[in-house]
Design a protein around this ligand. Structure first.
Ligand code: UDP
Ligand code: MG
Length: 321
């Protein structure tokens, strides 16, 4: 018997692109069902992440038109990662495997076939990896490049050029859900889940319609989130830096005393000012990094829910929670 697939799609203000996305994913699901690769009870599950436009109304409409579609409505906007997690939570209850992807059709949906094949060969996690970044803007391509390098340097294990397009088996999804951190950076946690995994490659297209919901500011926050939630290396680097500076200051002390003895004390204004500024800057930066981790700890200790589901539409119609 073929297995149940859920395609989980987080959506935030995606009314421009959603009609096309629903049409294409619907066709894909049909095609896979006709090939008997997946079960009749497979679904496309849209997660509405507190959109301010007509996104939820569209999702409702699709759910009404065909039982191929399902919807999860979050009580407010919680960000891409949390919305995705909400979708995975619902999908893990019903599906044998799930594929997560963005709503904007940047990820080539034909790669789903390859993912299912890899799943059938016994992989629990199949990463969708883009083979090129030709369609990204110069800025996005280079900042992304820098980000992966930095992550690698800091010792966080993430798959190069893989975002959130991936297949998870039921047990991998359940394992992922058992990581209950509030500071969520899924692509860093999935490798920690383990199980047999592989990658499939695809060309990434441009956004089909609508605007990117990740402007530069949000991207930087996301990168910071990724680094600080996966690695404590920055803190260690600060400690090392501090130790090094202490060592240097010891030499400076000796030099200062020697200069004093030689009566050579008035010049040095420049070097003094420079070192005050540099050290001041370094200290502030170091405190900032430490503060970042303390802030994270604070948020984790509160253990607030990562998302709140307002209602779910699956086979039984809309259910408010
Ligand atoms: N998204 C979301 N909540 C948000 C921001 C984005 O669910 O607060 C969804 C968005 O609808 C899309 C996916 O996350 O399906 C990726 O966003 P986008 O395509 O804008 O990011 P980019 O591809 O530009 O990095
Ligand atoms: Mg996109």
């Amino acid at each position: 018997m073929s297995e149940i697939l859920y395609i989980v799609v987080p959506c935030y203000n995606e009314q421009e692109v959603l009609p096309e996305t629903a049409a294409r994913l619907g066709r894909k699901l049909r095609e896979l069902q006709e090939k008997e690769w997946i079960n009749e009870r497979s679904r496309v599950l849209f997660v509405n992440d507190g959109s301010k436009d007509g996104t939820w109304n569209l999702i409702r409409q699709y759910c009404g038109e065909s039982e191929m579609f399902g919807g999860v409505n979050l009580s407010r906007n919680r960000g891409h990662q949390n919305a995705l997690l909400a979708g995975i939570t619902v999908a893990a209850e019903h599906a044998d495997m799930l594929v997560s992807m963005d709503a904007d059709l940047q990820d080539d949906i034909e790669a789903i076939d390859k993912m299912i094949l890899a799943y059938r060969q016994g992989n629990d996690v199949v990463y969708g990896v883009r083979s090129s970044r030709k369609t990204d803007s110069f800025l996005k391509r280079n900042t992304a490049q820098l980000f992966y390098r930095l992550m690698k340097f800091l010792g966080a294990e993430i798959v190069y050029n893989h975002a959130d397009y991936r297949l998870l088996s039921k047990r991998a999804a359940r394992a992922l859900l058992s990581f209950d951190e509030v500071n969520l950076f899924l692509r860093g946690i999935v490798p920690l889940v383990g199980f047999k995994s592989t990658s499939v490659y695809y060309e990434r297209a441009e956004r089909f319609a609508g605007k990117s919901k990740y402007p530069l500011g949000k991207m930087l926050t996301f990168a910071m989130e990724g680094i600080t939630s996966l690695s404590v290396k920055p803190i260690r680097m600060i400690t090392m830096g501090g130790a090094f500076i202490c060592l240097v200051s010891l030499f400076m002390l000796v030099k200062a005393i020697a200069d004093y003895c030689r009566g050579d004390v008035v010049p040095g204004w420049t070097s003094m000012m420079v070192s005050i500024w540099v050290l001041g800057g370094l200290q502030l930066f170091a405190i900032g990094v430490i503060g970042e981790y303390i802030g994270k700890t604070y948020l984790e200790t509160k253990g607030r829910p990562r998302f709140i589901i307002e209602s779910v539409i699956l086979d039984e119609g809309e259910q408010s929670l």
